[in-house]
Design a protein around this ligand. Structure first.
Ligand code: C5P
Length: 222
């Protein structure tokens, strides 16, 4: 069974997808981490962003591994470096590149081919798995998302204001929506879930109930 979780930054997709996968005994794929890993590898190897051939070769050669929340490139743990501001600032060079996206989607499909998965990103229920068994579109108001992010960041960045986080988020949302390929859209046939009024545990229970209902219905129909 394939469960996709898409939505804007800060809606709580990663935590929800991770905990949902644990609860259901499914594997979990964080596709944002894939995009980040490609950016980190390109920065480290000094691949110019306009060198399409080198970028594609890099993606073809990269050995990406996902073990729960740990991300490895060629066996090296890059879980922290892929979250650096340098990587975030350059992400559009990879995320806007249609040919790289096609390769990453191919990789995601191969990864999902063996067994039950929860996969999380921006295009999982639209482009990567349009026939997924269960599609979730996770949303939250801009204010709630920005406040969550600000609380996460303020220990490392005490001068950061909530207004700055909100402004950055607006920019990111717009980029994700306007992307020339793989832009954020609500997948057809998806369940829209707002996390504004829900704790993480409540959201996980809510989505787990949806998944289990679909599983039961599919088993009944078979
Ligand atoms: O999920 P996260 O915020 O870590 O993703 C990093 C960036 O990668 C997003 O801002 C988005 O631009 C891009 N992305 C994407 N398609 C996905 C997952 C992430 O374009 N499936």
């Amino acid at each position: 069974m394939i469960v996709t979780i898409d939505g804007p930054a800060g809606a709580g997709k990663s935590s929800l997808a991770r905990d949902l996968a644990r609860k259901l005994g499914f594997r979990f794929l964080n596709t944002g981490a894939m995009y980040r890993a490609v950016v980190l590898a390109a920065l480290e190897r000094q691949v110019p962003w306009d060198d399409q051939l080198q970028l594609e070769q890099l993606v073809d050669q990269l050995q990406l591994e996902f073990r729960d929340e740990t991300v490895l490139i060629d066996g090296r743990d890059v879980t922290d470096p892929i979250r650096s501001p340098e990587v975030s600032a350059a992400i559009h060079f990879v995320a806007d590149n249609a040919r790289i996206r096609r390769r990453l989607i191919q990789w995601q499909r191969e990864w999902a081919a063996c067994g039950d998965v929860v996969t999380e990103g921006r295009d999982q229920g639209t482009d990567a798995f349009p026939d997924a068994d269960c599609k979730i579109f996770l949303i939250a108001s801009p204010e709630v998302r920005a406040e969550r992010r600000w609380r996460q960041l303020r220990q490392q960045q005490p001068d950061l204001t909530l207004e700055q986080v909100l402004a950055d988020q607006q920019l990111r949302d717009q980029r994700d929506i306007d992307r020339p390929c793989g832009g954020l859209r609500e997948p057809k046939g998806s369940f829209r879930v707002s996390t504004d009024e829900m704790s993480l545990a409540e959201a996980v229970d809510h989505v787990a109930r949806i998944v289990l209902e679909i599983q039961a219905r599919t088993a009944h129909e078979a």
